[in-house]
Design a protein around this ligand. Sequence first.
Ligand SMILES: Cc1cc2nc3c(=O)[nH]c(=O)nc-3n(C[C@H](O)[C@H](O)[C@H](O)COP(=O)(O)O)c2cc1C
Length: 343
Amino acid sequence: MFSFADLEIPLVGAPMAGGPSTPQLAAVVSNAGGLGMLAAGYLNADQLAEQVKQTRELTDGPFGVNLFCPADPNDNPGNAKALLQGYRQALAPLGKQYGLDLLNYELVLPDHFHSLLDWLLANPVPVVTFTFGCPSAEQIERLQMVSTYVGVTVTNPQNAILATQADANFLCVQGPDAGGHQSTFRVQDEVNQLPLSQLVPAVQAVTNLPLIAGGGVGSNQDVQSILALGVEAVQVGTVLLLSDEAGTSQAHRDALQSGITETRLTRAFTGRPARAIVNDFVTEFDALAPAVYPHAHYLTAPLRAKAKDAGAWQHINAWTGTGFCQAHNSPTIKIIFNLLKPS
Ligand SMILES: Cc1cc2nc3c(=O)[nH]c(=O)nc-3n(C[C@H](O)[C@H](O)[C@H](O)COP(=O)(O)O)c2cc1C
């Protein structure tokens, strides 16, 4: 089974769903001696199969797949329907600009979690991580039975205890500076405010599991200070977003290079807290967004897709960690080299 001790470099390329993660990106990280990750959060089993196949063609090294745990429907507030209706009304004028009728748009909520899990049981990969919750002890054990090393992404000590009790092999500790969604277990949970430097010791106090950690990493100094906390590896996402091998959309790349320097945790795009560039969409809708997931995600999805196609970065979810000023257009291998080279 996989072990972090086998890695030649203590780096994990974060799973980044929605485009940035590609087999090419995962393979460069794995070929460099780290752990590359595929992001299956929005994929179906056929799409995952294709990405795994491509990754295997590009690397003999270990790699992992990240899944999103489905939201518990009871997790959403009792008045979720009314909240969503209000959000439809707020979004409607912008939707209209893109030729969309969001007031009458029919929400379809795909659920591929179980078919993805079945596929991974039948076609094992070295590592699987979970985000937005903890799978059951039985689901974890079934993956371990096919020699998959299982991680759970946690953002606070309470969730670290739950994942430890479910017998995960390791935890991925995500700090509040991380780009993209916070892996809170429940949609309504408040985001942890402890910086990673305090969060990791707080998690170490409640579990003996091996940890990896990330959030806000842009430099070698960041990597060194997280490793000094006693974790096995550092997970980096944002700093890879502009790399040649990332599938980051042009609109997302433009947002990162727009000169905007502010990021914020917002529920505006999906109903779950996620760190993004503060563009016009965030400014206008952050205060109006309901904590209703995944409904809010699928309500804004057509608008974001149209905006992305139009290159309108002011209206897309440009997920970004606080270290994004240190992301550069460059081959991934060079970024990895710089992260590991003392300056
Ligand atoms: C564009 C983007 C997409 C992300 N998608 C996922 C995902 O699918 N699954 C996941 O566990 N984390 C996801 N994350 C969070 C990363 O796993 C990781 O926590 C984060 O990138 C680390 O912080 P950093 O971005 O500041 O390096 C995403 C992050 C970004 C920037």
